[in-house]
Design a protein around this ligand. Structure first.
Ligand SMILES: [Zn+2]
Ligand SMILES: [Zn+2]
Length: 255
């Protein structure tokens, strides 16, 4: 499986996952034009997309869905709760899934799982090609047993490290926003994510990328040593998805 990010953070998220002739765009938080531009940087055309798979309806995940999906007639996969928040003029393109049931899109098997986050019916995913397992976890306020189970033994893991608690505390954010972000239906802080990495089985891990970093309340310099310590690896091995460019293509390999 190959995967790349078009950008990650509160100003837009989109992840590209490819296996054979199947190409999934997970979330589409940038405008249609911006999405096309960012896809081209990855040497990819929007017309090649097999489907758009949505995690939840927050604007930083669905901003460009309506225009992109209609322009290229791309099927959209979403839970009923997320689908209910989308524009009526994409209803014909939507396939609803249950966040408890595995489903296939072309060559990729999608295993959704529910997450605690302040959206209608949010889910995150494990993608498999029968050989390798790619886990995605962002926009989640706390770790649950279901999340631990789903993301153990991944070959690649894209994991939220949203904020540093002290930076958030001292930030210019209004109080209600600080409470929302740090809350149990908000976002994972660096320590929560590092503890999670330490707890799950990461023995198969080929790729770890920190995702959805807050531009105001976090820094790669804080995340890298925490993740490296949790995984007992070199900092240079830990990836960071940026808001501006995400991250370049990566690939899971058979050893
Ligand atoms: Zn988000
Ligand atoms: Zn969200």
């Amino acid at each position: 499986m190959r995967f790349a990010s078009l950008g990650s953070g509160s100003r837009g998220n989109a992840t590209l996952i490819s296996q054979g002739q199947t190409h999934l765009l997970v979330d589409c938080g940038f405008s249609c034009r911006e999405t096309e531009k960012r896809l081209q940087h990855l040497k990819f055309e929007a017309s090649q997309l097999t489907a758009i798979v949505l995690t939840h309806e927050h604007a930083d995940h669905i901003n460009g869905v309506r225009v992109l999906a209609r322009k290229y007639n791309i099927p959209i996969y979403a839970t009923a709760g997320t689908a209910g928040c989308l524009s009526v003029d994409v209803m014909a393109l939507i396939t609803e899934f249950s966040s408890h049931d595995v489903f296939d899109i072309g060559d990729i098997e999608v295993q959704p799982f529910p997450v605690p986050h302040d959206a209608r019916e949010p889910s995150q995913f494990v993608f498999t090609d029968g050989q390798h397992k790619l886990g995605l976890l962002t926009d989640v306020g706390m770790i649950t047993p279901a999340i631990e189970q789903a993301l153990s033994m991944c070959d690649a893991l894209l994991l939220e490290a949203n904020h540093d608690m002290e930076m958030l505390d001292n930030s210019v954010y209004p109080e209600h926003l600080k409470i929302r972000v740090a809350g149990r239906l908000g976002h994972l802080n660096n320590v929560q994510s590092a503890k999670f990495l330490d707890k799950i089985d990461t023995s198969r891990l080929q790729h770890i990328v920190a995702m959805h970093l807050s531009e105001k309340n976090n820094s790669a310099n804080i995340v890298l040593p925490l993740f490296a310590a949790a995984l007992n690896c070199d900092q240079s091995w830990v990836g960071i998805a940026t808001q501006q460019t995400g991250f370049a293509w990566r690939e899971t390999i058979t050893s």
